[in-house]
Design a protein around this ligand. Sequence first.
Ligand code: SF4
Length: 87
Amino acid sequence: MATNAPTASELQSSGFFNPIIDQCDGCDRVVEANNNKYCQTFAFPDAKWRLGICNFATHKKPEIVVSTIKVNPLKAAKRASGGKKKK
Ligand code: SF4
């Protein structure tokens, strides 16, 4: 299978790619060259983790919290419309 992904030595020789950060350990996109590890996808891996989990990470997925609260649709609609206030 042909791939367009750059090799680790190409990433290193370009001088544009920064080494990975601790959070990247275990990701499948990490390539190693001369004891330095680089991300095949992003030049600045620290920027991908600045706001949370990297969206291209293969080793970590965001947790999705599912709430099981039952909502009565009639009451919810009444609440959303302001409801009828007693005087
Ligand atoms: S894809 Fe994201 S988690 Fe994986 S090595 Fe690159 S920056 Fe790190």
